[in-house]
Ligand binder design. Structure first.
Ligand code: CDP
Length: 793
């Protein structure tokens, strides 16, 4: 696939139209919604990580003057709503019935006249618990004497969730047996949290007059939420309307259906009034979808001179108490199968074992990525370990092993078909932008100066090259809840020539109102300002799986293009009738159909739209307007890639890390709006710095959550981020109608390895686990790095 010039005509930089309201504080988020007679909910959560519920006494809370209802697990069980089915063919408790399985688990729900009364009444509920032994270490979860967390499941005698493998084990073993060299490394990708600015919330209302349910909620995937509400409550989908208003960040955190959403709906059923529930920060950090928690033992085989031949890995995945979030069911370990990265390998194999522990459930969300983040980190760390062991330059080692452009489409040893890319050009550009050779000289000088004086900082240079797999997904590969993975776009063209596009994806800050209008403008020549984008309302948008895993552009974006092209085809028939020529004699020039070779004889789309609604004698196939719909079922995922170079200065005396420079060259195919793409990359790079250097969720041995506020769960700020240096290469996706690939989570996937590689390169340590806090850097320098899946406070 040859590279093309960036930003083809019609697409390009535009300010985000949604910012006009968002930066002025005029966004309308769930907590801004106030309905007449609205009540407020609050959740009682378990203080224990594992305990049997002996009794729940709600009588005192019920007699609180402002309390209108109290729900327990028993109440929900009586309604058949105590459990939420999960896409992973597991269930998650709505309100605990038999026992609690992690600290922060939902036990009861109070509905009161105001938020304060609801919170106050929680203290009046008396729950008697009987403590059970707690499992917080995934490595002991399968030991025979370990307590069984999910003992409510018939026949269950252990904490095993699933085994999943990918690749040819025998072929991989043969490659390893014949290899000159094998490097090994054990890595932890610790538990982290998406931590969106806005927490999760809902306003649910079952209107007693017409029996219709309206749910305003923080949903990245409104249509799948509606399906779940319907399946759990038994209310027909047609009687349920899910509306996602403005959303203040999701990053995967708002894919799942949380117990509070359902409790608010049941609260409304019981009281007849709308019920609002908005969680606080600690609830969000403790009980909503976490990410990662992967323990990986990786091996990389090569020739003596560094020709990489194979990778194999065994993984222990800590899923918490329920295997609950959106895991494509045919890929129980998510997309970890792309752990072969961007390299030309002979063979690869992985085996993943999932276990239950007494921690909050989740496991894939956070710039969703379905485990690609872990896969990318694994292979990029292994390549650096190999370079370390063989004494090779990590940039040269990567350059020698990257897939070449003539190898695309490329079938990986684990069954993925990468669509396009020019990996060497992407890495070359990143190295050139960084001034790689000069940086290496500076590094030698900084180390020499440090060794001479015993003072100053050590410079480190870290590289990562990633391949993402986004645009979930082709039906043959996966389905979620048995629903397939297609998305829809409905395009209406007004008689005056403007348009309204309705899509099934849902922006949480990614700027879809801007970019999707740009796609329509690009395809039809309709002025951008005359195109309105509707999203986030199941009554007004076509069915689709929503926004996660950077799938909006690859799937809904493609649906939008195809709908616009159907409009164009219809317009051609009308234009032919208007011009009294054969449709075949017409050619499309942006915004109009004209007689081939006769620019003076043509009609604009605006004129055609007016004619289509007039008394013109319309041709066959045109019913009276130009509107069109498309349901897009992608033939493959799209595979964006990128090369990142991170430069750090580490103070070995106190272990602090300063990220001095960060060069990021991304290839997401054709960019619809480069400004928005760059914003997505900026956010993801900051994410990467956070995960590499500070973000961490750990638990003590009693299962106490040790990161339940932003005092403990540290996020990067602008102070920790350098001025990003961005570059791009463009290899269009051959199967996306405008060649675009997703980009939303690319930088989150690619950047942690670059930062970690840089820090370890600076201090000359082969491996230490994230987050590389000052304590961890210092311990690594002493030769005793910490285990970051355990409490280290
Ligand atoms: O699904 P999500 O919106 O999170 O991710 P995405 O599809 O990668 O899109 C993120 C934002 O970047 C959207 O506004 C896209 O339209 C925009 N984008 C773009 O302008 N060009 C691309 N090639 C990819 C995304």
């Amino acid at each position: 696939m040859t590279a093309v010039a960036p930003n083809p005509a019609g697409l390009g930089r535009m300010p985000r139209r949604e910012d006009a309201r968002l930066v002025r504080g005029r966004g309308r988020f769930v907590d801004d919604i106030v309905l007449p007679g609205m009540l407020h909910g609050a959740v009682l959560r378990s203080p224990h990580a594992h305990a049997r519920i002996v009794s729940v006494d709600t009588s005192a809370a019920e007699s609180h003057p402002k309390v209108r209802a109290v729900l327990t697990g028993a109440d929900l069980e009586a309604r058949g709503m105590a459990w939420i089915p999960t896409p992973s063919h597991d269930v998650a408790a709505v309100l605990a019935t038999d026992k609690v399985r992690y600290q922060g688990q939902e036990v009861a729900f109070v509905v009161a006249e105001d938020r304060y009364a609801a919170r106050d009444a929680l203290a009046l509920i008396e729950v008697e618990y009987e403590d059970l032994p707690v499992v917080t270490d995934a490595r002991t979860a399968l030991d025979p004497d370990t307590p069984v967390i999910r003992d409510e499941m018939p026949g269950r005698t252990d904490n095993h969730v699933f085994d999943w493998e990918s690749g040819d084990e025998a072929a991989t073993d043969a490659v390893f047996a014949a290899a000159d060299h094998v490097s090994r490394c054990e890595l932890i990708y610790p538990r982290v949290h998406p931590a969106p600015l806005e927490t999760c919330g809902v306003v649910a209302h079952l209107d007693p007059l017409d029996g219709r349910v309206t749910v305003h909620c923080t949903a990245q995937a409104p249509h799948t939420h509606r399906v779940l509400y319907s399946r759990i409550t038994g209310i027909a989908e047609s009687r349920i309307r899910v509306i996602a208003p403005d959303i203040g960040g999701g990053f995967g955190n708002k894919v799942a259906m949380y117990p509070g959403y359902l409790c608010a709906l049941v609260g409304s059923m019981v009281t007849g009034a709308p019920v609002k529930w908005v969680e606080d920060r600690s609830e969000n950090l403790m009980a909503t979808s976490f990410a990662r928690d992967f323990h990986m033992a990786g091996e990389i085989a090569s020739t003596r001179d560094g020709r990489i031949r194979g990778v194999r890995v065994t993984v222990l995945a800590d899923h918490g108490a329920f295997n609950a979030t959106s895991q494509p069911s045919r890929f129980p370990a998510g997309f970890f199968g792309v752990f072969t990265g961007s390299y030309d390998l002979e063979a690869a194999h992985c085996r993943v074992t999932g276990v239950y522990t007494n921690k909050a459930p989740g496991g894939v969300a956070y710039a969703c990525s379905f485990r690609i983040t872990e896969a990318s980190y694994l292979v990029e760390r292994l390549v650096d370990v190999l370079a370390h062991d063989l004494g090779l330059d990590p940039a040269a080692l990567r350059m020698a092993n990257l897939l070449r452009p003539d190898q695309f489409p490329h079938a990986t040893p684990t069954g993925w078909e990468y669509d396009s890319g020019d990996y060497p050009a992407t890495l070359r550009l990143a190295l050139d932008m960084a001034g790689y050779e000069q940086l290496r000289r500076e590094q030698v000088e900084s180390r020499a100066a440090y060794e001479r004086t015993g003072q100053g900082t050590l410079t480190g240079v870290g590289i990562s090259f990633f391949t993402e797999a986004v645009g979930a997904g082709p039906r043959r590969m996966m389905d979620i809840m048995g629903l397939g993975m297609a998305d829809g776009a409905d395009l209406r063209v007004h008689p005056s020539g403007g348009a309204q596009l309705a899509v099934s994806c849902m922006s949480q800050g990614q700027g879809h109102e801007t970019t999707f209008a740009q796609i329509v403008a690009h395809e039809l020549g309709i002025p951008y300002d005359e195109i309105v984008v509707v999203q986030g309302d199941t009554d007004r948008t076509p069915f689709g799986m929503g926004t996660y895993g950077s799938r909006s552009t690859p799937v809904s974006g493609a649906a939008t293009v195809m709908a616009a092209r159907k409009v164009r085809d219809r317009a051609r028939l009308v234009a032919a009738a208007m011009l009294e020529v054969a449709a075949d004699d017409l050619e499309w020039v942006p915004g109009r159909w004209q007689v081939r070779g006769v620019p003076t004889s043509g009609v604009s789309l605006r004129e055609i739209a007016a004619a289509a609604h007039s008394d013109l004698d319309l041709p066959d196939g045109v019913e009276g307007h130009l509107d069109a719909s498309c349901v897009y079922n992608p033939p493959n995922l799209t595979y964006p890639c990128g090369a990142y170079v991170c430069v750090v200065d580490v103070d070995p005396a106190i272990g602090t890390v300063d990220v001095r420079r960060f060069v990021a060259v991304d290839d997401c195919g054709v960019r619809i709006n480069p400004t928005i793409v760059e914003g997505q990359i900026h956010g993801g790079l900051a994410d990467g710095i956070g995960m590499a250097l500070m973000e961490l969720v750990t638990f003590d041995d009693a299962g106490n959550h040790l990161a339940a506020s932003f005092m403990d769960y540290l996020l990067p700020t602008s102070m920790e981020c350098p001025s990003w240096e961005l570059g791009e290469t463009v290899t269009p996706s051959p199967h996306h109608p405008i060649g675009a690939k997703g980009v939303g989570e690319s930088a989150t996937v690619g950047s942690p390895a670059a930062v970690v590689n840089a820090v370890l390169n600076a201090i000359g340590v082969r491996h230490a686990d994230m987050p590389l806090t000052p304590a961890q850097v210092w311990c690594a320098l002493q030769g005793t790095p910490l285990r970051t899946d355990r409490a280290i406070q």
